[in-house]
Design a protein around this ligand. Structure first.
Ligand code: SAH
Length: 215
């Protein structure tokens, strides 16, 4: 119902492109090859844009992340089966679907009500069982912590303390940090109760992580 040979072909081409750009995580490439990314787009844009390696508007001034960025962040997260993963910025839900296909237990937070409602509905219809929340990603989700991984899919002005302390020991957080033009992709690993390592993985460009407006 969702897919056809044409889309499968376009997807296979996209996966080849991602490989050429340096994505080498076979699990990530495998799941991105099966998820019908066009379902996360408005119908009018299915054919032209769903399988291009570009970010694209999804309404409410937000974008679906570029496939390369999704692949890059997910690879850095090193998701294992059954891992508990927190995503900040559900948006249209594509990254959420990638995490679900990797068989993680996924918790995802979105601050725009309309996007929260739409992605929640779509993910369910597609059979993905992520726990979706409408709320403020800066606070994380204390009641479900600690997490094996946290992935932030909007540009954060700084690394939120609350998120760091919701990581398990050895837990990984992938987060773009910086101003509104560009952000540095950071991998933060919780070494023990109070110590974290921090490494940079190059410049990316995300829509900004914004303050709470759920109340
Ligand atoms: N994961 C998405 C990316 C969506 S863009 C994908 O797969 O394409 C980033 C999203 O982060 C937007 O939908 C935006 O509304 C949301 N966002 C911004 N600030 C937030 C915050 N403080 N808490 C939760 N979500 C936030």
């Amino acid at each position: 119902m969702y897919d056809n040979f044409r889309y499968q072909g376009l997807r296979a081409k996209l996966i080849e492109k991602l490989k050429k750009k340096g994505i080498s995580d076979d699990n990530v490439l495998r799941v991105m090859n099966v998820i019908p990314r066009h379902m996360f787009f408005d119908k009018a844009f299915h054919d032209k844009f769903a399988y291009e390696d570009i970010a694209f508007p999804i309404g409410e001034g937000q974008t679906i992340s570029q496939p390369y960025t999704v692949a890059f962040q997910t690879s850095l997260l090193e998701v294992k089966k059954r891992d508990k993963i927190l995503e900040i910025g559900t948006g249209c839900g594509y990254q959420t679907a990638v995490l679900c296909e990797l068989e993680a237990r996924v918790f995802t937070i979105e601050r725009q009500r309309l996007l929260f409602q739409q992605s929640d509905r779509l993910l369910r219809a597609m059979g993905y069982r992520a726990k979706t929340f409408f709320g403020d990603g800066f606070k994380g989700k204390e009641v479900f912590a600690p997490f094996d991984g946290i992935i932030v899919t909007c540009g954060a002005p700084f690394v939120p303390e609350a998120l760091k302390y919701q990581l398990k020991i050895n837990g990984r957080m992938v987060i773009p940090v910086g101003g509104s033009d560009a952000q540095q992709m950071k991998l933060i690993v919780r070494l023990d109760k109070d110590n974290f390592s921090e490494n940079d993985y190059g410049e990316f460009s995300f829509v900004p992580m914004l303050k709470d407006k759920s109340k």
